[in-house]
Ligand binder design. Structure first.
Ligand code: CMP
Length: 140
């Protein structure tokens, strides 16, 4: 087992419904520690840059417009196998397919407004954390 860090985003559909604390409770109860966290409002350009990997997908415009439509909470989560663990806790991208007890099953509205994002691999987690956080913003 390895102590890892992963990037999490609480998306605009969840911040709008005051679900930040409820999402954090699920993360913490599952053993993930929130070692960095800030509430920001992304510009469309920032959302486009963050999701550049999806730029050729049909939902790219919808995704980046949604992610810049309201505040998000960007977080660094730490724990044993944090990348895989967070993805398990989030559940499937499509909330209709998400397992009981997962964040998306509990809170997501649909495949786009799905309440949370989590890095899909350790290498991407490092890049995504660097995108949002400087070293002095994360508790060591
Ligand atoms: P996320 O983990 O943030 O990474 C990419 C996002 O694209 C994903 O969560 C979904 O919210 C979004 N997404 C994936 N598929 C679709 C789709 N078919 N329609 C709209 N959004 C989608």
């Amino acid at each position: 087992m390895a102590l890892e860090r992963t990037l999490s985003i609480i998306k605009p559909d969840a911040t709008k419904r005051n679900l930040t604390g409820a999402v954090n409770a699920v993360l913490e109860q599952a053993g993930l520690r929130i070692v960095g966290q800030k509430r920001i409002h992304l510009t469309l350009e920032q959302a486009q840059k963050f999701y550049e990997i999806h730029k050729d997908r049909p939902f790219y415009a919808e995704l980046t417009e949604f992610m810049s439509s309201g505040p998000v909470v960007v977080q660094v989560l730490e724990g044993e196998n944090a990348v895989a663990k967070n993805r398990e806790i989030m559940g499937e991208t499509n909330p209709e397919k998400a397992a009981e007890g997962t964040i998306r099953k509990k809170f997501a509205l649909n495949i786009g407004e799905n309440s949370v994002h989590g890095s899909d691999a350790l290498e991407n987690a490092k890049k995504e954390i660097a995108f949002f956080f400087s070293e002095c913003e994360i508790v060591g």
